[in-house]
Every structure is written in structure tokens, then in C-alpha cells.
Design a protein around this ligand. Structure first.
Ligand SMILES: NC(=O)c1ccc[n+]([C@@H]2O[C@H](COP(=O)([O-])OP(=O)(O)OC[C@H]3O[C@@H](n4cnc5c(N)ncnc54)[C@H](O)[C@@H]3O)[C@@H](O)[C@H]2O)c1
Length: 344
């Protein structure tokens, strides 16, 4: 590898998964440039990693002029920057602009700058939930499962991955598409429209407040600890056989939201914690569970952290932070898909 191509760029690197990926790259001595406009990411997520070898550029991914000099020295771009699923419910146009249009712009710039590898981090939301076919029931979702997104976020992520695949097929540009399933762990979001179910449930349970289930709670997810998610993404940028491929990264375990409430009460040690049901969320996917055979065979990926171990590790992280759960919950928005300003 030429010394001119010495850095790895992580867009969205100050976010939840991106900051873990940055940690794993930095731990093995990679030079990393984090590209993040901090709209949802935080400087404090990466503050302890910053050094002459790991730098943070506070810039929008749509500012290609600012990125170009850095792309010319990069050996890989991991593209994670995006706006989330609840954001897409209240602000669909902006969501599409950042997630789809800006991905196309970044792909064109990376190809122009000859970056040797582009890893597009997509989402299990592109599937839109396990479907029934006339002859087969999809128990786990392989990468060949139909992509039928239910939200503008899922649609915009699918557009981004289609563009990444098109750059490989049309121009021979080396891209890889990774589809993570629901990640959780330290630095996950409980706040605002980024808030996710596991941090919200844990904090509510710790604070003695009810866990709020949207719908009947039979909807299921594949919850993956963030160190496993980030490791799968990292491997996708390394293995030559991954180029041109689309690869699930998950735990392979399906857990319903009702089961999750029980696990959380067990791990927090509050068996009588209250659970209440609220109206379903618009566009909520009924089932998501990953078949990770391709990640295992192609990347050497192996999910290592069980859900109960992961919940304990996240609990410990909250305790170590010293910030009371009640204080963190002040940033929670319960119905966080509802617009406070824009019109959908
Ligand atoms: N968290 C999950 O469970 C999950 C599951 C599947 C896929 N993913 C994918 O993983 C990636 C990371 O997700 P996350 O959960 O860490 O989200 P996150 O919001 O924590 O990280 C995204 C980062 O992108 C940054 N960003 C947003 N718009 C930007 C812009 N215009 N320019 C520069 N930076 C911008 C944000 O500030 C944030 O730091 C995303 O691509 C997401 O689709 C996440």
C-alpha cells in the first residue's frame, strides 16, 4: 500500500456505531479521519481517541470540496453518516437528501479520488420486515430476502446501497454494502428523534418509570452489541472477496419487544417494573432477524456478545457515567417520530 494512501475515513464517526468503529481502527494503529457535522454525533464520543493519528473534521458530507483533499490520501472510506428512521417520519426530504443524494455525491467523489475501497453502511430497515412467500417462510433474512422498506429512511438507505452496488457494476469501483441490524451499547441514543428502544427501556427501568411499548409488543428485532456491529463493518473494508457484495451484520437472534421488557427488568433487578402499551409507531417493521452466514463465511465475522451480557455492559456504562438516569431521561422524547416544526 502506498504511503500516500495511509488514512481511513469514517463518515458519521462521532456517532454511536461510528465512534466504536473509530475505536477499533485506532486500537490497531490505523490513521483515521472522522468526518461528522455533529448533528447527532458528539465530540465527547471520540474525545478520548483523538491524537495526531485520529482527527475529527467537523464538516457536512455534502461539502465535497472540503472532503476531496482527504479522499486523495484515503485507503478506505467507511460511510456511516446519515439521518435516522424517526427523523425520516417528520422530515422525509432532508432525510433523503443526506442519506441517498449525498451518498451518490460521496461515491462519485471517492471514485474520482481513486479511494481503493468504499464501505456503505446500510440498514436492515431496507427489508421492511420478514415476508411470507407462497412456498417458504423466511425464518431469518438472508441478503436475498426482498427489500421492501416501510419508511423514507429505509427507502433512502436502499437507494444509497443501490448506488454503491451500481458503482461496482457500472464502473468497477470497489464498493461493499453492509446491512447492520439493530445495534445497542455504550454511546447509543436515548435522546430526541435518535432515541432507541434499549437505552430508553434501561433508563426508564433504572429510574423506576414505566417502559412504553408501541403496539402490542410482538414486533421483533435482532439486537446486536455495538462492538460486534462495528467489527463486522471493519472486516467488510478488509476482505477482498467482499467487494461487490451485500452482507448482513447481526446477532442472528430474534427477540420480541415484550421479551425485551422482561430481560431488561431481570438485568436491572426490578422484576415488578411497569410496562405500558401505547399506539403503534407509523411504519414500524413487524419482524427483523438476520441470517449472518455470509458475514461468517466471507468476512470471518462472529457475533460474540449475548443480549444479557450486552445489557449488563450498557448498564455498567450508564453507572460509570455518574449521570443519574432521571437526568438523561430529560432528553427523551416519547413519541419521537412526531415533528416539532417541519411538515412531512
Ligand atoms: N444504530 C442502529 O441500530 C443501526 C442499525 C442499522 C444500520 N445503522 C446504520 O449505521 C450508521 C450509523 O448509525 P448510528 O446508529 O451510529 O447513528 P448516529 O446518528 O449515531 O450516527 C450518524 C452520524 O452521522 C452524522 N451525520 C448526519 N448527517 C450528517 C451530514 N450531513 N454530514 C456529516 N455527518 C452527518 C451524525 O452527526 C452522527 O454522528 C447509519 O448509516 C445507520 O443507517 C444503524
Amino acid at each position: 500500500m502506498s504511503s500516500e494512501r495511509s488514512t481511513v475515513i469514517v463518515t458519521g464517526g462521532a456517532g454511536f456505531i461510528g465512534s466504536e468503529l473509530v475505536r477499533q481502527l485506532a486500537a490497531r494503529g490505523d490513521r483515521v479521519v472522522i468526518v461528522d457535522n455533529l448533528v447527532n454525533g458528539k465530540r465527547e464520543n471520540v474525545a478520548d481517541c483523538l491524537s495526531p493519528h485520529v482527527t475529527l473534521m467537523v464538516v457536512d458530507i455534502r461539502d465535497i470540496d472540503a472532503l476531496m483533499p482527504h479522499l486523495r490520501t484515503a485507503r478506505a472510506v467507511y460511510h456511516l453518516a446519515c439521518l435516522g428512521v424517526r427523523h425520516s417520519v417528520h422530515s422525509p426530504h432532508e432525510n433523503h437528501d443526506v442519506n441517498a443524494t449525498a451518498t451518490l455525491g460521496l461515491l462519485a467523489a471517492c471514485r474520482h479520488a481513486d479511494v481503493p475501497r468504499f464501505v456503505y453502511v446500510s440498514s436492515s430497515e431496507v427489508y421492511g420486515g420478514v415476508r411470507w412467500a407462497p412456498t417458504i417462510r423466511w425464518e431469518q433474512m438472508t441478503e436475498d430476502h426482498p427489500a421492501f422498506p416501510c419508511t423514507v429512511y429505509g427507502g433512502s438507505k436502499l437507494a444509497g446501497e443501490c448506488y454503491a452496488r451500481a458503482y461496482y457494476r457500472t464502473y468497477g469501483y470497489p464498493t461493499v454494502v453492509v446491512r447492520p441490524f439493530n445495534a445497542y451499547g455504550p454511546r447509543s441514543h436515548h435522546e430526541g428523534d435518535s432515541g432507541e428502544v434499549i437505552p430508553k427501556f434501561l433508563l426508564r427501568c433504572l429510574a423506576g418509570r414505566p417502559m412504553v411499548v408501541f403496539g402490542d409488543g410482538t414486533q421483533s428485532r435482532d439486537f446486536t452489541f455495538v462492538t460486534d456491529t462495528a467489527h463486522g463493518i471493519l472486516l467488510a473494508g478488509e476482505q477482498p472477496q467482499a467487494v461487490g457484495e451485500t452482507i448482513n451484520v447481526g446477532s442472528g437472534q430474534e427477540v420480541t419487544i415484550n421479551e425485551l421488557t422482561q430481560l431488561v427488568t431481570l438485568e436491572v433487578g426490578r422484576p415488578n417494573a411497569e410496562v405500558i402499551h401505547d399506539r403503534p409507531r407509523p411504519g414500524d417493521v413487524p419482524r427483523l432477524v438476520a441470517d449472518v452466514s455470509r458475514a461468517k463465511s466471507m468476512l470471518g465475522y462472529e457475533p460474540r456478545v449475548t443480549l444479557s451480557e450486552g445489557l449488563q455492559r450498557l448498564l455498567q456504562w450508564y453507572r460509570d457515567s455518574g449521570v443519574p438516569p432521571e437526568q438523561l431521561l430529560e432528553q427523551e422524547i416519547l413519541h419521537n417520530w412526531v415533528s416539532t416544526s417541519g411538515v412531512a
